[in-house]
Design a protein around this ligand. Structure first.
Ligand SMILES: [Mg+2]
Length: 248
């Protein structure tokens, strides 16, 4: 008989905003993130705990920086599934379903936002390649513009799915999501649901929930997401992630 595996899970897929850093532009919890990096180092050397990788709507460069800070070697999902970045071999895989027509829609949407909403103070989050994220210092005003954006995109036939996060209107190509990104992650790594755990804090992270055998939330998570969790930490953000890791 083969020896029993030394760990219950082979990977923890973790959202970034609200889990590994604050939703706001407050400082990172540097010491807390270094403890996760230490966890990942031990996971690699001793194979007695699951390494943590990331799955985020953030642009690829942000995700790559977070992954490297955390000493992660597993592929990462970036920009809500547009990218799979492979730390080993430094490969950037855009979802193969994204074709020239999708990229033209992204360009068209950017140009329209800049021209029509730019004068009203709306800006786009830098660094995105296959999606558009709108931001305004007045979140209430931004929220009021969501139906305007939705109507214009539909009128133009641009294939986006709109969602309002805490501070952004995310316009993602409808063919990609955290779900498609995780499916590609699983195909690339050969990992199955049974061998994976996950951590998330908002509704978009239910895509993680559906693909893992154990799902945890930090204390600051959306109550609707907590309802789907196997464990809710009493601690928020990085403290919550460390607490969840200690239980795996
Ligand atoms: Mg989040």
């Amino acid at each position: 008989m083969p020896p029993a595996p030394k760990r219950r899970f082979d990977a923890v897929v973790c959202d970034i905003d609200g889990c590994l850093c604050p939703e706001t532009t407050d400082d990172f919890d540097g010491p807390g993130l270094l403890r996760i990096a230490e966890h990942n180092r031990l996971a690699r050397e001793q194979e007695d705990r699951p390494p943590l990788t990331v799955c985020s709507g953030r642009p690829e460069p942000f995700v790559e920086a977070m992954s490297r800070l955390l000493g992660n070697r597993l592929p990462c999902v970036a920009e809500n599934g547009v990218w799979l970045w492979h730390p080993v071999g430094n490969r950037y895989d855009m979802d193969p379903g994204i074709g020239p027509e999708h990229l033209r829609a992204v360009q068209g949407a950017r140009a329209w936002v800049a021209e029509v909403l730019g004068p009203r103070g709306v800006v786009m989050q830098p660094g995105k390649a296959g999606s558009v994220s709108l931001y305004h210092t007045d979140t209430g005003l931004l929220r009021s513009l969501e139906p305007v954006v939705k109507e214009e995109f539909e009128r133009r036939g641009w294939p986006f799915r709109l969602s309002m996060t805490w501070f952004y209107i995310n316009c993602d190509l409808s063919i990609v999501s955290k779900a498609t990104g995780l499916d590609r992650f699983m195909a690339a790594t050969g990992l199955t649901r049974e061998r994976m755990a996950g951590i998330g804090d908002t509704m978009g992270d239910l895509a993680i929930r559906e693909r893992v055998a154990f799902f945890g939330c930090p204390a600051n998570a959306d109550e609707r997401v907590k309802a789907h969790a196997d464990y809710v930490s009493p601690r928020a953000e990085v403290g919550g992630v460390l607490d969840i890791l200690s239980r795996l």
